[in-house]
Design a protein around this ligand. Sequence first.
Ligand SMILES: [Zn+2]
Length: 229
Amino acid sequence: MNLRFLGKGSAFYPVYGNTGAYMLYGKELYLLDCGETAFERLYELVGFDEIERVYVIQTHLHADHVGSLGSLISYFHHILGRQVVVVHPQTTVVQLLTLEGIDPRGYIYKETLPENAAGLHAEPVEVKHARDMKCYGYILSDKEESVYYSGDSSELPPQIREQFLEGKIQRIYHDTASEDLPNPSHCYYGKMEQWIPREKRGQVYCMHLDSPCEDMLKERGFSVVEVEG
Ligand SMILES: [Zn+2]
């Protein structure tokens, strides 16, 4: 599974672009979140004309994760005459798109990722992030491997940690914060240090960074996602 990153920043560190990733499979585009900076980055990196199907798997509805979803849908609908499949366990994403005036003919809403050409499965895992909104990580699996993508999350769910340590999940992409706040929305790296033994940290890819903290994370044995282009 070749996840390519459009950005690796947190909402308040826009220098690194909004965190989100994509995967191409033939003429299909699979997208994890579509934050404020995602549509423009995708426009530069992916030849939209060639894309016949887009799946957008949403973790939650904060603007840095969903901010340009409406524009992506409108572009595919009005310019290319194609529908985008929007995947999120909550119908709140439809409410948001309706308020934004997005033509409902431009997208198909699905609670879970439907069968697709890439053979990709996306199992949602509810995570701790915001009090007033549900947020999900996803276990993403294809024929070759399983990885976990956290979305925004202040904790690594215990069952994910377990599956990772057992080798059932090969890589973790996790929201990582350098600040240890009293009521956290994001995951302080010190917690990840406690949960993940050093020899396994290279398979944990930090993302959603709130500062240029890559060197510090790498010194502690973690990997950091590489942003495209
Ligand atoms: Zn968030």
